[in-house]
Design a protein around this ligand. Structure first.
Ligand SMILES: NC(=O)c1ccc[n+]([C@@H]2O[C@H](COP(=O)([O-])OP(=O)(O)OC[C@H]3O[C@@H](n4cnc5c(N)ncnc54)[C@H](OP(=O)(O)O)[C@@H]3O)[C@@H](O)[C@H]2O)c1
Length: 237
């Protein structure tokens, strides 16, 4: 399968976690990589790790005007990965309704806005990142499961509506990324150890586990409308 040599790859959420690992992998395959996210500071730090050949552009996917302006008058990327999201969890009864709307706004509507405004070059593709809660709803995380399910269905619809552009989605299980940086360290470690014990593979995921699948989706021109769960067997237990 052809590598990504010379292809332009935009990674939204490329400053951290799964997006950052995807940027690393795409660079290693010879792609021209652009990373985007809200914080200039995080982008700057990521670029220090990735190297100066990487372009970094600020973008907040919750902004209609911001997403439109980002893609206006720039050449089409070959591939666009949307891994950027940040939100709060909470029960349906207790979660502040504004936080609930904000979660949907960043993760579902963010991907929708990108699909609406961005065009990929012929042979190009989009990859979105959802999450296993779409198939395994959990108390306190019900909304995020619903958002992930909506994102997976959106992806499959776009694979038809916007063909021949390809649309795929990676649905991670528990992946050890900076997303849990705000948790107390001891609680974070214990949680990850418990999850690892419960999984058939006996470990939690790494950002690279998801990035490998994302890169394959970019390369594989016969792949569209696919939802791939990278969860260490979590859906089986
Ligand atoms: N880690 C897991 O266990 C896990 C499990 C299932 C699903 N997922 C999903 O995987 C995706 C990536 O998660 P991760 O673990 O890699 O998280 P992460 O390490 O926290 O990275 C999230 C990235 O998204 C960017 N971002 C956040 N809000 C944004 C916005 N409004 N516009 C543009 N960029 C934004 C962040 O940068 P800025 O702060 O600079 O914007 C950062 O680069 C998310 O959709 C997450 O829900 C993760």
């Amino acid at each position: 399968m052809a590598k990504l040599e010379g292809k332009s790859v935009l990674v939204i959420g490329g400053s951290s976690g799964i997006g950052y690992a995807t940027a690393v992998g795409a660079l290693a395959e010879g792609a021209k990589v652009t990373i985007a996210s809200r914080s200039e500071e995080k982008l700057h730090a990521a670029r220090a790790g990735l190297g100066r050949k990487v372009e970094a552009r600020p973008l907040d996917v919750t902004s209609d005007a911001g997403v439109e302006a980002f893609f206006k008058d720039v050449p089409a990327f070959d591939h666009i990965v949307v891994s950027g999201a940040a939100f709060k969890f909470g029960t349906v009864r207790e979660q502040n309704i504004e936080d609930a709307y904000a979660a949907m706004n960043v993760k579902f509507w963010g991907a929708y806005r990108v699909a609406r405004n961005a065009t990929v070059a012929p042979g190009g593709s989009f990859v979105f990142v959802s999450g296993f809660l779409s198939r395994r709803p959990k108390p306190n995380m019900v909304l995020v499961g619903a958002i992930n399910a909506a994102l997976e269905t959106l992806t499959q619809g776009l694979a038809l509506e916007m063909a021949p552009g390809r649309f795929n989605v990676v649905s991670p299980g528990i992946i050890d990324t900076p997303t849990r940086a705000a948790m107390p360290e001891e609680a974070r470690k214990t949680m990850l150890e418990n999850v690892a014990r419960s999984l058939p593979v006996k470990r939690v995921g790494l950002a690279e586990d998801c990035a490998d699948q994302i890169l394959l989706m970019l390369r594989n021109t016969f792949m569209t409308g696919s939802v791939v769960y990278i969860d260490g067997g979590g859906l089986l237990v």
